[in-house]
Design a protein around this ligand. Structure first.
Ligand code: ADP
Ligand code: TRP
Length: 321
């Protein structure tokens, strides 16, 4: 079984990215025969159009993934732009992609609604994503809920291509972890860098505490009984505390006499501790930039061997070879 996922280099890694996508992808390292994880830097260019910001974001994401447990002996970890073959594949896929399929994509519509210029790249984004996935003939694609439609588009494109040109691509499936499909941000909406409501995985202790203290709750007083199921503070707490501690907090919520400020302090401490080891690993990696670069180059070589194969198969199927 082959597993592939990608993450855009378009900002600092946050808890939504970690729990929704990176952690499930890293867990698959032990279960799959082959795992591929890449930095979607071509995709990031649809929104990050400042060369030094893009370069910095690529380096940061590389350190993040390695620090959080990416094992490069099991996972081919690479920059999308180091594998230009995906671009050619994207073109071959684009000729069987109906306009209507792309016009229906929520992600495109949301981005336009937020004021991002509707470029051709932004519109064709799902076709490039399909190329990323189909290029390695992935079976499973771990993603957060918001990427589900893009994986469905990938499936539609693959089916269309196979129908038109003969069996070429495997049909992939999304892997979405229900409990973490939508991690809430500090304002209660989906956590996203576009909503400026994120809790960053790697940040200073002071900034972490300040961000957690800003988590929005209802206006109940300390004495009031509270509903843990309707509280995004509690939803975030559950990601970090063991089940018995969550159970205790659940009871304290329902009894009353518990202030949200107290829970926030506890949560900040839990998050800080949770990432302590990864933080130490990241510091070490940061002091040796050549190491991450070496991993990415080797990863690209491994991915390219598989991707070149698929591309050749697709070129033959359409009559270019
Ligand atoms: P953002 O919304 O911050 O721009 P990305 O689009 O770069 O995040 O998402 C990278 C990955 O992280 C995707 O697989 C996405 O589904 C997942 N993800 C992002 N935010 C969340 C969230 N709040 N909850 C669960 N998964 C998320
Ligand atoms: N669109 C994904 C996101 O914003 C990133 C991505 C690009 C991706 N290509 C992919 C994810 C292929 C999974 C598989 O998060």
């Amino acid at each position: 079984m082959r597993v592939l996922s990608g993450i855009q280099s378009s900002g600092k890694l946050h808890l939504g990215n970690y729990f929704g996508m990176l952690k499930p992808a890293l867990e698959m390292q032990a279960k799959s025969d082959e795992t591929y994880l890449f930095i979607a830097d071509y995709h990031a260019l649809t929104t990050v159009q400042d060369a030094s910001a893009l370069r910095a974001a690529i380096n940061e994401i590389a350190l993040d993934a390695l620090a959080l447990g990416l094992d490069h002996s099991r996972t081919a970890f690479y920059r999308q732009s180091d594998v230009p073959e995906v671009q050619e594949l994207a073109w071959l896929l684009s000729v069987v992609t109906p306009m209507g399929l792309l016009e229906r994509c929520h992600s495109y519509k949301d981005k336009i609604a937020r004021g991002i210029a509707p470029s051709h790249g932004l519109f064709a984004y799902p076709v490039l994503m399909a190329a990323d996935i189909l290029a390695v003939q992935a079976d499973i694609v771990p993603v957060g809920q918001d990427q589900k439609q893009h994986v469905e588009v990938t499936r539609d494109i693959a089916i269309k291509f196979n129908h038109q040109f003969g069996e070429t691509f495997k049909i992939p499936k999304p892997l979405i972890k229900k409990e973490v499909a939508v991690v809430p941000g500090i304002d209660g909406q989906k956590m996203s860098k576009s909503y400026d409501n994120t809790i960053k995985v790697f940040t200073s202790e002071d900034e972490l505490r300040k961000t957690v203290m800003r988590i929005v709750t209802d206006s109940k007083t300390v004495a009031d009984k509270k509903d843990p199921e309707k509280c995004n503070l509690f939803a975030l707490y559950k990601l970090f505390a063991p089940p018995d501690r969550c159970q205790q907090l659940d009871e304290r919520y329902r009894k009353g006499g518990l202030g949200y400020g107290e829970v926030k302090k506890e949560l900040a401490g839990l998050i800080w501790l949770f990432f302590a080891e990864a933080r130490a690993r990241r510091e070490k990696l940061r002091s040796d930039p050549a190491e991450a670069e070496r991993v990415l180059r080797q990863g690209a070589e491994r991915a390219r061997a598989v991707i070149r194969n698929t591309l050749q198969k697709a070129r033959k199927a359409v009559g270019l070879e």
